[in-house]
Write a protein that binds this ligand. Structure first.
Ligand code: TYR
Length: 254
């Protein structure tokens, strides 16, 4: 006979992938600051991935991001920045968004490079948005990740879709006494050419031009770098090899 009152057998629990855990931490920080969290298509067209972001076909910056092309002429997005354009075409300012998702680069893999990885992209547009707002936002994110004493560093850099542009790093310390500058990502003030490209797309879709004269900042960063340090994962390829000996260590960490 079956005793239906016996307790059932426990089933093994799954867990969030470490990259999703980092995304959850990051998006919680930005939601507290009032940002909307969105996603977007991984298959993109040249116009959104490059042209509208002020990267014309002859621009040397195209070589920095080696692209997977599809047979129909579309591509796998090389960054989450095309979602800046897509979101602005659909929404009027003021706006505050973060975009989470996968990106693809055609390059040889090693311990710190994968052909597929993730980005978190931020975009804020309004009136009188300044570089000080950008710095304060990145600093707030760093405090959310690493506590009230977190330090951030900005260095001038170049991205065609911002001017001025910068790279940012966070001072990272762990209980084992290790510490270093963690190069996290790029950022800057949205380039007027991007606003113009957005208004051109809006006009073509029968929408009013509302972006020229606005100001805004944007940033992009890689959660893999945060997760590798946080969990002591030495090789980026461990994230996507689906080896249960690695991912099983995150079991039950829902
Ligand atoms: N898209 C850039 C990259 O993939 C990162 C970035 C994003 C830089 C937004 C600046 C910026 O405003 O490398």
């Amino acid at each position: 006979a079956i005793d239906v009152t016996l307790p059932g057998l426990p089933l093994p629990a799954g867990g969030l992938h470490p990259i999703n855990r980092v995304f959850e931490d990051l998006t919680a920080i930005y939601e507290r600051m009032g940002y909307a969290v969105i996603e977007g298509p991984e298959v993109e067209d040249e116009h959104h991935n490059f042209e509208a972001l002020n990267v014309p076909w002859y621009h040397p910056a195209r070589d920095l991001q080696d692209t997977f092309w599809l047979e129909d002429g579309r591509l796998l997005r090389t960054h989450t920045s095309p979602m800046q354009v897509r979101y602005m075409v659909e929404h009027e300012p003021p706006l505050k968004i973060v975009v989470r998702g996968k990106v693809y680069r055609y390059e040889a893999t090693d311990a710190t490079h994968e052909a597929m990885f993730h980005q978190l992209e931020g975009l804020v547009v309004g009136d009188g948005i300044s570089m000080a707002d950008l710095k304060g936002t990145i600093a707030e994110m760093a405090r959310g990740l690493y506590g009230p004493g977190a330090k951030v560093r900005f260095q001038p850099s170049y991205y065609p879709f911002v001017e001025p542009g910068a790279d940012f790093a966070v001072w990272w310390e762990n209980p084992r006494g290790e510490s270093k500058w963690l190069e996290l990502g790029g950022c800057g003030m949205v380039h007027p050419s991007v606003f113009k490209a957005v208004d051109d797309l809006r006009e073509a879709a029968g929408k009013p031009r509302v972006y020229e004269g606005k100001t805004g900042f944007a940033f992009g960063l890689g959660p893999e770098r945060i997760a590798m340090l946080k969990y002591g994962i030495p090789d980026i390829r461990y994230f996507y090899a689906n080896d249960p000996r690695v991912l099983g260590q995150f079991r039950g960490e829902l």
